[in-house]
Design a protein. Structure first.
Length: 128
């Protein structure tokens, strides 16, 4: 007799999403606290907070897409999310910074840092 494997919990269930949101917000808050100490110059605060908002939106969309993907395609969707994060960083650098009037170094370094810490948190959560 073969045993049926235990079913995995629904990745989009409210409990799973709440845990994911808590990890993501915690990682963003911790990184923002450090970055706000580092970038205290003119425009640094605005650059860090704007980058944090962008990272939160992009991270939420890519994470939801990866969590909603069927188990066999989840890694491919996660890789697509990583490409979307890099594309966002490039777009931010080449197109969005000048019209927003943000200093380049704090804006780009903080967006890269936010994507890094949230991707680490996301990879931990995908293993569940």
């Amino acid at each position: 007799m073969t045993a049926t494997p235990p079913s995995r919990p629904d990745p989009l269930a409210p409990a799973g999403l709440a845990r994911s949101a808590a990890w993501t917000l915690g990682a963003l808050a911790l990184a923002a606290g450090v970055l706000l100490v580092v970038f205290r110059g003119p425009g640094g605060r605005a650059a860090v907070l704007t980058s944090g908002g962008i990272a939160l939106v992009v991270q939420a969309l890519t994470f939801l897409a990866a969590r909603a993907a069927p188990p066999g395609r989840r890694f491919g969707v996660w890789v697509g999310g990583a490409a979307a994060r890099m594309g966002t960083l490039v777009f931010y650098a080449l197109v969005a910074l000048r019209p927003l009037g943000l200093p380049a170094a704090p804006a780009l370094l903080s967006l890269a840092a936010f994507f890094f810490v949230t991707t680490l948190a996301e990879s931990r959560l995908h293993l569940r």
